[in-house]
Design a protein around this ligand. Sequence first.
Ligand code: GDP
Ligand code: IMO
Ligand code: MG
Length: 432
Amino acid sequence: MITLILGLQFGDEGKGKIVDYLSGSTDAVIKFNGGSNAGHTVVSDEGKFKFHLVPSGALRSKEVILGNGMTIDPFLLEEEIRDLEKVNKKLNLKISSIAHVVTPMHRYLDKAEEEIRGAMKIGTTFQGIGPTYEDKYARTGLRMADLADPELVSDKIELIYAMKRTMLEKSEFASPSARKEMASRLVASGKNLRKFLSDTEVYLNELASQGKNLLFEGSHGSMLDVDFGTYPYVTSSNTTSGALTTGSGLSLRKVDRIIGVVKSYMSRVGAGPFPTEITGEKADRLRTLGSEYGTTTGRPRRVGWLDLVLLRYTLMISDVNSIALTRLDTLGNFEEIKVGYSYKVDGKETKQLPRNEGDLQKAEVNYRSFKPWGFLSDARISQFIKDGKDSLPDELKEFINFISSELGKEIDILSFGDTRNKTMFCSKLATA
Ligand code: GDP
Ligand code: IMO
Ligand code: MG
């Protein structure tokens, strides 16, 4: 069975928790896009883990793979591996030798570019991801296998410096000795990571042909996709299902099911349109209730109501089979619950996402209100999970049924907490 997990909103939907939940019987969990701009929290019996580059399935899967579509900061990756080893997680890890390398110079450029954007700034995570993908497409990028060749590393760093001199000449990297020092640190890190390098695209195709259980873990959210998201307020990689193929080398035709993770309200970090956003004191309360602060940056997340217009679009783009709905415990505690089901643009109702920025900014949202289902104790959650979907409170059933019928999709996983045991599997998961 080959499964793809994607976030269908603006990120932080709870992908990490769902991946961890589903990864118990997997042979390999694979990441294929993004880098340390992603941040996933997984709560297990051994404690709380924050994953950035290593897949969230690392606690349970037999093997983890970082695909070619990723941008990898080798120093951070070494740290993440060390942190996992501290709790005795010997990682069976493979890294694509053609994944791109984030250098300290790219991190600097991320900040410099945001400063130049001024009022048009994106609110990036400053992890150097955008500038690294820029170099990938400019064909000046450094790849993981390059780190074995000190001369090539220096040549590429000099090339990137020459291309981006205007932004870099006021930085520490203006000094040739600083660039040299960075190059030798990168080479040293490359040496430490060399044993993990592999032609992962070939390996993955072998695993697939042996019928292994593979779980692909998408980073970010679908509305942050560089093509289909709220451009230019997006990340710099594709985050929808097509990215699996280009970011891992396995064809999407081999995937059996695509599960979209949806948070029962929404959050967004950084700038950009957010039609169902809540502001003021109400937003503060929802943010506090859900501890909505970025896993990577610690920034307070913007929060809002579930937006079905946006979900119809992201479900379509990725051809999602079924939905995992998270944070039902958090939302049920809120005194008021709303779901946006259509927009009004220039006086006309539409259920389709407007694709130009201006229309999206001025869209008014039509909402349906729901009664809160209240606080759910651990004992009640366990009982629901034992007794199934029919045993849920009527208010919650109404909320779930409305979403499912508006979207025409089954909701197969319900999440009532950050731990594995607070997860309900409603039916046999839909497959392609
Ligand atoms: P990701 O980027 O999509 O993996 O999500 P993050 O890990 O950045 O943020 C989601 C947060 O919500 C994490 O702290 C999770 O532990 C937590 N979480 C996930 N699902 C649930 C849930 O159903 N209920 C509660 N209370 N927390 C959840
Ligand atoms: P996970 O995988 C939430 C957002 C940033 C910013 C924009 C561009 O944890 O869901 P970047 O650093 O990628 O150039 O920033 O994209 N962003 C995320 N927001 N969760 C994420 O990942 C994100 N990855 C990128 O906040 O608005
Ligand atoms: Mg996150």
